[in-house]
Design a protein around this ligand. Structure first.
Ligand code: SF4
Ligand code: SF4
Length: 413
């Protein structure tokens, strides 16, 4: 249970089942990018085992080089016939690396700016002002600064979809089913700072589907970004705050960021069992309620932390199926990682862009009007990549599409 105790050997124990079969190699985006065994799950497992045995020091540069280049996308887990829990091993190894060499200054600075209460409010406020100026959209391109501009531009709260505008009304004309359930909303840090429009769409669409959405005071960042950086103690501390804030009981906790949801499902115990992706709740009880037509060609890009880490594949499809006229197009490599991976896009830009390129080529080949994905990092990474490449497609969270569809159906006043 991550919030209550240190994993110790338990994290590395997740690697014990590996029998070196190599079935995972072709699922690994970094192995496909470099062809280097040490950039594959099997190669990294050998490195992590050597680290645990003490055969390789945590300060070893080759070890750090190959573990740093792992996206943590966990695409290697569902294809592994032995049930290796790669993500747990990686967390344990990164914790040792962070203790031995510290956390890179860029990752530290990003964590401080994006997740520290008080500080992050100012940072997000300035980011929203910059976003509203329109400059990020004009400056988007390749290169670190221009790519960051594209990432910010992709967080747009402009709700026009193919010429349609959705109102900001919260009044719901119809509800279904009549027996309403109450769920608690997890707001997070990046989602709250740059994607509050997705929270609004989440609340509206859940209300249409018969849920009352409760706000929870005292909640904080989920800790996923800290854990990915090897700062497990800080991640556990944040987890404990969230467990206290959401309290006991069995009320479900709705999360609309796949990365946060995946990590909160690993908090352990009763809390983890309550965490639901928004699409899981919408698709429950025979839902979602059908909306009005959206004549759009949409490419769905399933976030790794929804598909691989949470095993949630059908609920997003049910959301799209509730939108008449919406056409889902098949994209080659849709289930592959986009290269975002939390802070990975900032601290490993070379590998991140190498992993992104085939994804952009697959999207360009089908030329969708909208790319839909349910994780803020993926929205920003794909949005920046599409803008840099000059591919004309909007990027949206799936609940934004359902929200627009409910607007079209007249479900909001
Ligand atoms: S992680 Fe699983 S699939 Fe990959 S080499 Fe080990 S046992 Fe085989
Ligand atoms: S987590 Fe992703 S990048 Fe890392 S070894 Fe597994 S498949 Fe490869």
């Amino acid at each position: 249970m991550i919030v209550a105790q240190e994993r110790g050997r338990d994290g590395f124990a997740g690697l014990d089942a590996c029998v070196h079969c190599g079935f995972c190699l072709q699922a690994c985006p970094t192995f496909l990018a470099t062809g280097d065994e040490a950039d594959s799950p099997r190669g990294r497992i050998e490195l992590m085992r050597a680290l645990e045995r003490g055969d390789v020091a945590a300060t070893d540069t080759a070890l750090a080089f190959h573990l740093d280049r792992c996206l943590g996308c966990r695409a290697c887990e569902p294809v592994c016939p032995s049930g290796v829990r790669y993500g747990q091993g990686l967390e344990a190894a990164r914790e040792q690396l962070a203790r031995a060499r510290g956390v890179p200054w860029l990752a530290r600075a990003a964590l401080w700016a994006l997740t520290t209460p008080g500080v992050s409010g100012v940072v997000y406020g300035l980011a929203r002002l910059l976003r509203a100026s329109g400059l990020p959209r004009l400056l988007a391109g390749w290169g670190r600064i221009r790519f960051a501009m594209g990432m910010l531009a992709a967080t747009t709260s402009d709700r026009r979809l193919d010429g349609q505008t959705v109102s900001h009304s919260h009044r719901i004309r119809t509800v279904y089913p009549p027996n309403r359930l109450t769920v608690s909303l997890f707001r997070g840090c990046v989602m709250q700072g740059l994607f509050s429009h997705v929270h609004e769409a989440t609340i509206r669409t859940l209300q249409v589907n018969g849920y009352d959405v409760r706000e929870v005071a005292g909640q904080v960042c989920c800790g996923a970004l800290h854990a990915h950086a090897g700062l497990l103690d800080e991640a556990r501390a944040l987890g404990r705050v969230n467990v206290a804030a959401f309290g006991d009981g069995d009320e479900e906790i709705v999360v609309n960021s796949a990365g946060c949801g995946a990590f909160m499902k690993e908090y352990g115990g009763q809390f983890a069992a309550r965490v639901r992706d928004v699409t899981e709740l919408l698709a429950a009880h025979g839902g979602p309620v059908p909306g009005g037509p959206l004549d759009l060609q949409v490419a769905y890009d399933p976030p790794c932390h929804l598909l691989h880490a949470q095993g949630v594949s059908q609920p997003p499809q049910r959301v799209f199926a509730a939108i008449p006229l919406l056409r889902l197009v098949t994209v080659a490599g849709a289930a592959d990682c986009c290269g975002s991976a939390g802070l990975f896009t900032l601290v490993e830009p070379g590998m991140s862009r190498a992993v992104l390129q085939p994804k952009l080529e697959g999207l360009a080949a089908v030329a969708p009007q909208v790319v839909a994905t349910g994780n803020p990092g993926c929205v920003m990474q794909l949005g920046a990549g599409l803008a840099a490449r000059g591919t004309r497609a909007q990027i949206r969270h799936p609940v934004e599409l359902l929200d627009a569809s409910y607007q079209a159906a007249g479900r909001y006043e």
